[in-house]
Design a protein around this ligand. Structure first.
Ligand SMILES: NC(=O)c1ccc[n+]([C@@H]2O[C@H](COP(=O)([O-])OP(=O)(O)OC[C@H]3O[C@@H](n4cnc5c(N)ncnc54)[C@H](OP(=O)(O)O)[C@@H]3O)[C@@H](O)[C@H]2O)c1
Length: 355
């Protein structure tokens, strides 16, 4: 690290990303935790001068005056913090993909106005960011997002009728919070990531591909127009992209073992988009633009919560999202009020469909 200490505000400090971020910060003398927030879990064991359980994240950020905001809140609840950091020109280390999916158009405007940076924490987008190294969209042929395929890769629809939350939560390669783990099982997570990549790297949807790589060693690739393809490899461990986002443009040491190339299996497969329709639904929402991605995200959040509460079957998750998307008006996203209204409308519709 340089001589300056970076002050990090960590939102979602009690979650899977949050806990790993605390370990990364503790191990790095160039980083200082200046504020920590959770939704409802106590923060007694977190050592930070400012702590907040629940409440207004923007108020906390204004008091904390961070150099970087690590938004690791789950879901649309992270939207105000994302837009605040972008408007202020404060570096945004972004794990909370839902805020960029729901508010991508506004976020891009805020980013230009604020003059700051988005440093992706999602491992695939961190990989793409590193492969792109600031190269502009016109040099890119395609972005290729990789995914493990989740615990149900290779299953047929018939084999998914009875799956339980417990089975969906048994991810083969990553240990993550419950919502993103279910999203990985339905492929909604890859869908959210396609939209996230579109907004982060300004590449049209038809040039963003998804391929399955079951061992999660290849974190994503960029194909360039000259025929070269650059890939990012590493063990699946979120401390690496968290560390990269927090110490960018430097690379700090992490406790990870070096990649043992001779022990790796690298196979690639096309995703089964008929059994797992969430990917196509996300693309449809992305292509529609305006508040459609916000509605996709809201309906998915409602459906995943209902599935985890054992009130909805696994196969009904895409049905709820598809029916909600078909019913929403597709209003433009001119300001945050439009987003909040679209989020509310989609949640109400999704709850009705799921009931
Ligand atoms: N986990 C991963 O490996 C991974 C990888 C890539 C991307 N991501 C993304 O990172 C984000 C976090 O994922 P996660 O797996 O860490 O989730 P998680 O384990 O469920 O943690 C979520 C965190 O958000 C907090 N939170 C929820 N609502 C909040 C609110 N209104 N205000 C403040 N804090 C709130 C929770 O606090 P409480 O404890 O009080 O509920 C918790 O600290 C998601 O957007 C996910 O898609 C995660």
């Amino acid at each position: 690290m340089g001589l300056e200490t970076k002050r990090v505000a960590l939102l979602g400090a009690t979650g899977s990303i949050g806990r790993q971020a605390i370990a990364v910060i503790a191990a790095n003398p160039g980083l200082e935790l200046c504020a920590a927030a959770s939704g409802s879990t106590a923060l007694d064991d977190v050592d930070a001068p400012l702590k907040q359980v629940g409440g207004d994240l923007v108020e906390l950020l204004e008091r904390a005056e961070p150099d970087v905001v690590l938004n690791a809140v789950v879901g649309f609840a992270g939207i105000h913090a994302t837009l605040w950091a972008l408007e202020q020109g404060v570096d945004l280390a972004l794990a909370n993909k839902e805020s960029l999916v729901a508010g991508g158009e506004l976020a891009r405007t805020a980013l230009v106005r604020g003059g700051g940076r988005i440093l992706p924490v999602d491992s695939e987008h961190s990989a793409l960011f590193q492969c792109l190294e600031g190269r502009s969209g016109e040099q890119v042929d395609t972005l290729v997002l990789t995914g493990s395929g989740g615990p149900f890769r290779g299953r047929t629809r018939d084999e998914l009728t009875e799956v339980t939350p417990e089975q969906a939560l048994a991810h083969p390669t990553w240990r993550m919070g419950p919502k993103i783990t279910v999203d990985s099982a339905t492929l909604a997570n890859k869908g959210l990531e396609v939209i996230e990549a579109h907004f982060l790297f300004d590449v049209p949807y038809e040039r963003i591909e998804v391929v399955l790589q079951p061992t999660s060693i290849v974190h994503s690739l960029v194909r360039f127009r000259d025929g070269a393809a650059l890939a990012h490899l590493g063990y699946p461990d979120m401390r690496v992209p968290i560390s990269y986002a927090l110490t960018y443009p430097l690379r700090a040491e992490t406790p990870l073992a070096p990649l043992d190339l001779t022990s790796l299996t690298l196979e690639f497969q096309a995703p089964d988009t008929e059994t797992f329709p969430m990917l196509a639904l996300a693309r449809e929402a992305g292509e529609r633009g305006g508040t459609a991605p916000c509605a996709f995200n809201a309906a998915n959040e409602v459906a995943v919560a209902a599935f985890l509460a054992e009130e909805l079957s696994f196969l009904s998750i895409p049905e709820v999202v598809g029916e909600t998307l078909a019913a929403v008006g597709g209003a433009p996203a001119r300001d945050v009020e439009d987003l909040l209204a679209a989020d509310r409308e989609a949640r109400e519709l999704a709850r009705k469909v799921a009931a």
